[in-house]
Design a protein around this ligand. Structure first.
Ligand SMILES: Cc1cc2nc3c(=O)[nH]c(=O)nc-3n(C[C@H](O)[C@H](O)[C@H](O)COP(=O)(O)O)c2cc1C
Length: 369
């Protein structure tokens, strides 16, 4: 029977348990996107807290894909030294670490990049268009940049890479019929919408080597009218499986998804409210053999354990619970089975943005709780 503390393999990567720290931007890189000692310390605390695999915050592969302040960059060879220090710190504590490769597409911050955002199609808001449609040259360039970024990740010692194809960022925009209105080979039928993702994967395999683990974080569904559906997610997962993806992490939502946004606010009061993407995961496991990491709203040990025993997921991926309690996995393993104390207030996101620091604001205000 499967258990949370099984030792498992994802390709050549050996993991000591089934707990993953889901990618979490911390706002703590310097202004140019270089990693910092503070980031190394934050991640080291997570390894010491027992998590089997860490996925970094999203790192932009080109400046034109920068989403927010204090975000890591992997857009140039200059970044390899700082990233190497990060992997050395993690490996010296016997942790494992994956670099999340990202491009924010039409949701890049024009204020930070100084450029008009680009995505699959023109997007408009009440003030008019805010994003231009990518040309084929743009697409080829971005695919190449994913490849270069993966070479840097490998050089820096990361145990693999994860493509950020969730939450309405560039890859997710291409996958989603809500964002992607193209009429060329990169839009329309699901095979076309998946093309850029598969090309990026092939490029990474060609450049970083066939044995280098490539994972992906993808929406189970967008939760917007005309958006990406569970059926499409299953279709694309089969394509990724065929292409040799090492693991798929299922998330969901975009910034247009209201209460179903990727980082849902609001306290989770009982076990029934946990696991935002259970339905997508259940259907995935019936059809796809690639290891599944499941993120979103998992708070209780008993829920996590059941997801593994009942084979709804292969890995339990957590973000906010580990901001408040970096030692949560060790706490559970030591027999304190109380649920995670995170109340999903999302003040941590505000702190990352405004204070360039990731911490649990609620706990800091009321440390006795
Ligand atoms: C502060 C913060 C930063 C995040 N940064 C990223 C990111 O860089 N990449 C990503 O894929 N998801 C990011 N997320 C989303 C989480 O990985 C996760 O999908 C979401 O918070 C739901 O999981 P949870 O309920 O365990 O927090 C972030 C979430 C938070 C709270």
């Amino acid at each position: 029977m499967k258990g949370l503390y099984d030792r498992t393999n994802i390709g050549n990567l050996v993991l000591k348990n089934r707990f993953v720290r889901s990618a979490t931007w911390n706002g703590m890189a310097d202004r140019e996107g270089f990693s910092t000692k503070e980031i190394d310390a934050l991640l080291l605390e997570l390894v010491r807290g027992g998590v089997g695999l860490i996925i970094t915050g999203h790192a932009y592969i080109n400046r034109d894909g920068q989403a927010g302040p204090g975000q890591l960059s992997v857009s140039n060879d200059r970044y390899v030294d700082g990233l190497s220090r990060m992997t050395e710190a993690i490996h010296s504590a016997e942790g494992k670490i994956i670099l999340q490769l990202a491009h924010a597409g039409c949701h890049a911050s024009a204020a930070l990049t100084g450029q008009e955002p680009l995505g699959p199609s023109v997007m408009e808001n009440e003030k008019g268009p805010f994003c231009r449609a990518m040309t084929i040259e743009d697409i080829n360039r971005v695919v190449a940049e994913f490849g270069h970024a993966a070479i840097r990740a490998r050089e820096a010692g990361f145990d693999g890479v994860q493509l950020h194809a969730a939450h309405g960022y560039l890859m997710s925009q291409f996958l989603s019929p809500f964002y992607n209105k193209r009429e060329d080979d990169y839009g329309g039928v699901v095979e076309n919408r998946a093309r850029i993702v598969l090309e990026a994967m092939q490029k990474i395999k060609a450049e970083a080597g066939d044995d280098y683990p490539i994972m992906i974080k993808m929406n189970s569904e967008d939760f917007v009218d005309g958006g990406f559906s569970i059926d499409e997610m299953l279709n694309i997962s089969a394509m990724l499986e065929e292409a040799g993806i090492a693991a798929i992490e299922l998330s969901g939502g975009t910034r247009y998804s209201g209460k179903n946004s990727p980082v849902r606010g609001g306290q989770i009061n009982n076990e029934e409210e946990e696991v935002y993407y259970r339905q997508g995961a259940q259907r995935y496991k019936q059809q796809i053999a690639v290891p599944l990491m499941l993120v979103g709203g998992i708070r209780s040990y008993s829920v996590a354990e059941k997801l593994i025993i009942e084979d709804v997921a292969d890995y339990i991926s957590l973000s906010r619970p580990l901001i408040r309690e970096p030692g949560l996995v060790n706490r559970w393993q030591a027999g304190d089975m109380r649920k995670a104390t995170c109340i999903s207030c999302n003040l941590c996101m505000k702190a990352a943005r405004e204070e360039q620091r990731l911490y649990c604001v609620t706990e800091t205000k009321s440390p006795s709780k």
